[in-house]
Every structure is written in C-alpha cells, then in structure tokens.
Design a binder for this molecule. Structure first.
Ligand code: NDP
Ligand code: BG6
Length: 511
C-alpha cells in the first residue's frame, strides 16, 4: 500500500526511505530482535546495517534493538564484536553513542521457553510494540526457535510481528517443504520475510524498470531476437575457512538456486499488472513453473585447485582448506543451462554460472541477441548485440552495438551505449542490499522477499540434479585458483548459442 502511494510521487530513494520511516513512525514503537546476535552474520552484516540506517536517520523513531544468543555477553562485549565492521567516523562518535543506547542484549538458550519468556519481558519493557525478529542462526535451530517465539514472544493487540529468515531454506525440496509447513503452522505468510539479499541490490531492482519502463525492449525481449541469456556470479576468493558450511551445501545451494535463479525470474517474467508484491511474485512463480528440472548433461561442475604461481591465498586449493573433508567432490564452480518452456522463451538457453576462486569479482546479466540477418557488410564484421546489466562491482548497463568507424572509411566496428553509474550518477550513495531489505520489513513490503511457492519451484528445478550428484558423486573438473574456471564451461556456453568473439575492446579511459 505504502509503496504504491510512494511510487506515484517522483522521489529519490532517500526521500522515499524517509517517508517510509515517517509512515512507520505512526505505528511504533518497534523492537528489532537479532536472534544469534553473537554470530558472524550479526556482526558482519546486521549490526553494521542497523547502524547505517540509524546514522542516516532511516530507522523509524522509537526503534530499539535487542540481541539474543547463548553466549553470556555484556553490551560492551557485543560492541567489541561488531566494532571492526561498523564504520564510525570522528564526527559520528556522538551519534554512535546514541546508537549504543538503543541496544540491549539477552543471553538465553534456543530451546528453553523460559529464556524466551525473559526475552519477551525485555521487549515488553518498551511497551506495546511491533516486533521484528531476525533469525541469524544455523538452520538446525530454526524450528525450536520459531516454536519458542510463537509461544512467548508475539506482539500483543494491534501491533505486528515479522520474522526474517536467512537462507538456506532447506537443502532440497523435501526439507524446504518441511520448513515451509512448519513456519506456516506458526505464522501467516505476510509475517514471514525470506531474505535473498540479491533482491536488495540496485541493479537487480533496476531490471524491472529497464524492462517495463522502456518501449524499445518490449518487442525484442523474446525468442525471436534473443539468442541466449547469461547470468554470472564470480568471486575472486575461495572458501576462506568457511569450508565446513560450504562443503555441506556447495555452490548450487549457496548461490545458484537462490541468487541466480531470482535474477532469471526478473529477466524472464511477464509484465505484472502492477508493482504490488503479490502481482510481481505471481509472475515470478509462473516463470519458474515453466522451467523443467536441470539435467546433468546441461551442467559443468568444477572445483578449484591451488595455483603454484599465484599469491599466497591462491596457492591453496579447495581441498587444502583444513575445514573441508578430504576427497570432497563438492563443486565450487557450476555452469548450468536452463530452459523456460513458454511461448516467449522456448529454445532460449539461460546459462547460469557461478564460481569461487575465479579471476574477478563480477555479477552480471548478459543478454546476447541473435545474428543480424542478411549481413551486407564484409562477412563476419557485424557482431551480435549484447545488453549487459552489471550488478557489481561498478554498476553499469551497456549495450554492445555496431557503428560506422568514424572518419573517411565505411568500415564498421563494435562500440557501446554506456550507462556507467559512477559517471552518470556521480556522488549518489547506493544503499547496501541489506539496508533496503530491512527497511522493507519495517514498512511491510514483501516485493523483495521470496514467497513459499517461489521457493517450492526453485527447489523443484534443482533437487533432481542435487540428488543425482549426491548418489553418483561426479568428480568436479579441477580449475586453477584465479582462472576463468574449467574450459568445459566455455564449451557449454558455445553449445548453448552464446558466441564469444574476443573482438570487443573497451576503453576504460572513457569513464
Ligand atoms: P567481451 O566481449 O570482452 O566479453 C564477453 C563475455 O565473454 C564475458 O562474459 C567474458 O568473460 C566472456 N569470455 C571471455 N573469454 C571467453 C572465452 N574464451 N569463451 C567464452 N567467453 C569468454 O565483452 P565485455 O562485455 O565483457 O566487456 C569487456 C570489458 O569491458 C569488461 O571488463 C567490461 O566490464 C568492460 N566494459 C565496461 C563498461 C562499463 O564500465 N560501463 C562498458 C563496456 C565494457 P567471462 O566469461 O570470464 O565472464
Ligand atoms: C551469499 C553466499 O549468499 O552471497 C556467499 O552464501 C557469497 O557464498 C555471497 O559470497 C555473495 O554476496 P555479494 O553480495 O558479496 O555478492
């Protein structure tokens, strides 16, 4: 409701956020409870984001924060944990002291209802308030914790309770369904916020505007004009001591089944009737329903090995990480070709690729258009157009296209129409994905959160492959730390109507 109203007003994101806050203020006070406050996610992401919102005056007035975890910590102990990750400048010291004052900590077990009753009492000290629980916890305790929350900590009377859950939402269709059924027995769908932080990124949110706000794309956004779509996630570092968690899940569950599939739905979905959360999520689910499960012959699995010529970190392969079990066949790199069997997309490969310990950090969507029919120029000169939406780093949208070589010649060459955010929107601060999403939860907007049927479809697509991998244990192809991944991945691209010519040259000095 709020978002509809706000969209009708042309406002900057900061103005919108402030407006959200004012609207939220009418219904305060609010208590934000971080369950698992002593953990990694809490110190690295959640407290820094709460601080960022607080210092920019985007947190609704009368918001208090309570950390809950098993460790017996004082507020000072908690502060020293988050301190290395909170950016506080000299001028912000006073503000930071105010931030500390809105924080409290409660030590308690995850399976003890009496401890949650103490937490409830602490929340009640604020008065009749809205409650926002962030479960920054290992999935193994989700059920116990949510049972206790439901039993003891729900808001009273007219106030709301919202629960934010972090991935992994299960590890396959069955476990995810089990968790979904458990949650829906306790909370209404509008109380559950399943976070996929990619949905909070600027360029991911921009996909809807680019597609549905530009007439030029509507007639060409389909199988008639598009040859293939590549959705990439690359990281230049390995598991870095997180191998224990990672090995249990692998890159498919860690990145592809959620972040990359979300990008696919935004690229492929039909135009929703409005920007209301349910209208958008209905369209996303429809697309997913048209995607058959991935098959092994459309997949390349890789695992990084040390690069003896690389820097210190790069010398270590995945299996050299002491937290990774010996002989593990967990992939750290995957390329998979998916198909959307509907009228718009039939036959167009959606190539999803993600990997750790690669040559660069990059997340992007690359739409490659078909060859120009009836080429009248020198054979082979005219290259395919590409529309690239670079999610990170250095947000940009660029369209690779042909132009006449400037000057007397009548030759043609590759060039680009370039929207580089760093130059077009100089000085505009892009909010962190988590900042946006946490603000969304305060305002009750579920546009950027995953609905239970969306999750079901996502697992339906990946579960047969994951189970096959678990039973057959295919050995991933080794690739060197710092490389572009296994060569077989490029072959899969080439076999799926993606053409790489290597002729395009970008001149960064133009920025
Ligand atoms: P390219 O044609 O150079 O690359 C296209 C794609 O091919 C990329 O996905 C690339 O890297 C992949 N590729 C590389 N080698 C192979 C191979 N052997 N087989 C198959 N695929 C391969 O165009 P780009 O769009 O990548 O542009 C080149 C550079 O210019 C980039 O660094 C880009 O960021 C920059 N640029 C920046 C702009 C801006 O900042 N606004 C605008 C335009 C360009 P991979 O597969 O490793 O991901
Ligand atoms: C997380 C994955 O969801 O996303 C990590 O668990 C990954 O493995 C991270 O590193 C990437 O997020 P971002 O925002 O840095 O691209």
């Amino acid at each position: 409701m709020y978002s509809r109203y706000l969209q009708e007003l042309a406002m900057t994101s900061k103005e919108i956020s402030k407006m959200f806050v004012q609207l939220g203020n009418k219904t305060g006070p609010n208590v934000f409870i971080v369950i698992g406050a002593s953990g990694d996610l809490a110190k690295k992401k959640i407290y820094p984001v709460l601080w960022a919102l607080f210092k920019d005056e985007l947190l609704p007035k009368e918001t208090y924060i309570i950390g809950y975890a098993r460790s017996k910590l004082s507020l000072e102990d908690l502060q020293s944990r988050w301190a290395p990750f909170l950016k506080v400048s000299e001028e912000e010291q006073e503000k930071y002291k105010e931030f500390v004052k809105i924080n409290k900590y409660c030590a308690g077990q995850y399976d003890k209802t009496s401890d949650f009753s103490r937490l409830d009492k602490m929340i009640n000290d604020v008065g009749n308030c809205n409650r926002l629980f962030y479960l920054a916890l290992p999935p193994s305790v989700y059920e116990t914790v949510t049972l206790n929350l439901k039993a003891t900590c729900m808001s009273k009377s007219d106030k709301w309770t919202r629960v934010i859950i972090e991935k992994p939402f299960g590890r396959d269709l069955e476990t995810s369904e089990h968790l979904s059924n458990h949650l829906s027995s306790l909370f209404r769908e509008e109380e559950i916020y399943r976070i996929d932080h990619y949905l909070g990124k600027e360029m991911v949110q921009n996909l809807m505007v680019l597609r549905f706000g530009n007439r030029i794309y509507s007639p060409i956004w389909n199988r008639d004009s598009i040859a293939s779509v590549v959705i990439s996630f690359k990281e230049p570092f390995g598991t870095q001591g997180r191998g224990g968690y990672f090995d249990d899940f692998g890159i498919i569950r860690d990145v592809m089944q959620n972040h990359l599939l979300q990008l696919l739905t935004l690229v492929a979905m039909e135009k929703p009737p409005s920007t209301a959360a349910e209208d958008i999520r209905n369209e996303k689910v429809k697309v997913l329903k048209s995607v058959p499960p991935i098959t092994m012959d459309n997949v390349v699995l890789g695992q990084y090995v040390g690069n003896p010529d690389g820097k210190d970190d790069e010398k270590q392969g995945y299996l050299d990480d002491p937290t990774v079990p010996a002989g593990s066949v967990t992939p750290t790199f995957v390329t998979a070709a998916l198909f959307v069997r509907n009228e718009r997309w039939d036959g167009v490969p959606f190539i999803l690729r993600c990997g750790k310990a690669l040559n660069e950090r990059k997340a992007e969507v690359r739409i490659q258009f078909k060859d120009m029919p009836g080429d009248i120029f020198s054979e082979g000169k005219v290259k395919r157009n590409e529309l690239v939406i670079r999610v990170q780093p250095n947000e940009a949208v660029y369209m690779k296209m042909m132009t006449k070589s400037p000057g007397m010649s009548f030759d043609c060459e590759e060039t680009e129409l370039d929207l580089t955010y760093g130059s077009r929107y100089k000085g505009v601060k892009m909010p962190e994905a988590y900042e946006r999403l946490i603000l969304d939860v305060f305002t009750g907007s579920q546009i950027n959160f995953v609905r239970s049927d969306e999750l079901y479809q996502a697992w339906r697509i990946f579960t047969p492959l994951l189970h096959q991998m678990e039973s057959e244990k295919p050995k991933p192809i080794p690739y060197k730390y710092g490389s572009r991944g296994p060569k077989e991945s490029d072959d899969l691209f080439a076999n799926n109507n993606f053409t790489y010519t290597g002729t395009y040259k970008w001149s960064p000095s133009k920025i």
